[in-house]
Write a protein that binds this ligand. Sequence first.
Ligand code: 21W
Length: 248
Amino acid sequence: MYFAVISIFPEMFATIREFGITGRAITNQQVVIDAINPRDFTTDNYRRVDERPFGGGPGMVMMAEPLVKAITEAKQRAQAFGCQLGKSSCPVVYLSPQGETLSEAKVVDFSTLDGMILLCGRYEGIDERLLQRSVDIEISLGDYVLSGGELAAMVLMDSVIRRLPNVMGDDKSAEQDSFVEGLLDCPHYTKPIDFEGDTVPEVLLSGHHGNIAKWRFYQQVARTKDRRPDLWEKFSPTPEQAAWLKKM
Ligand code: 21W
């Protein structure tokens, strides 16, 4: 999958490029992350990408022209990589507090794309005319304030990359995660059995796989009811889970 990130801080993307599952996906050539700096598309001596807002007020606004040129460059690179252009194969996504909240359902949809062009804003935002003509999707992480779109772009790429085929070592673990199945995860334990007097639940040492599965499911249900009643309300159990729930 191809990602272009348009950002005035291209060096920030070293973290996702170099470490962990996302780093390995790049080494294995399953993913490309291309950073494009809008400053490279300015024509003045100062490489300015921001200007004062018409109408006044605090803060600066990113100008349309360098960003249009950066998006054109991103589309050319996406095509050279083999992406079909257009919003159904390689959409331009603007990370912004005004966007729709990212969800695992959206992540799964995004993971089927050829590529994504991620536009990262800084300052107060971007000239509305650029957004109107060039942006296909606007995505937010949630209702808290970041200093710019770069960390949000990295969160989005991380969540999408780990759902690509063959990227996760154990294929099952991506699907078993919280939200995907509609419940929070159960608690986990590893060596030693006795940690400073605090012991591992007996059932996990029993070797009885049926009882272990039931215990884990019960833990998931109890935690979801307690911590995330919103998820519990929406949960639809499999027939086997429905049978267990009746006995609880
Ligand atoms: C934050 C720019 C706030 C401008 C209301 C009226 C990308 C982000 C961002 C940023 C303001 C995301 C104001 C969750 C985020 C991002 C930078 C506006 C003044 N507020 N998801 N006027 N949160 N944020 N501040 O901040 O670029 S995705």
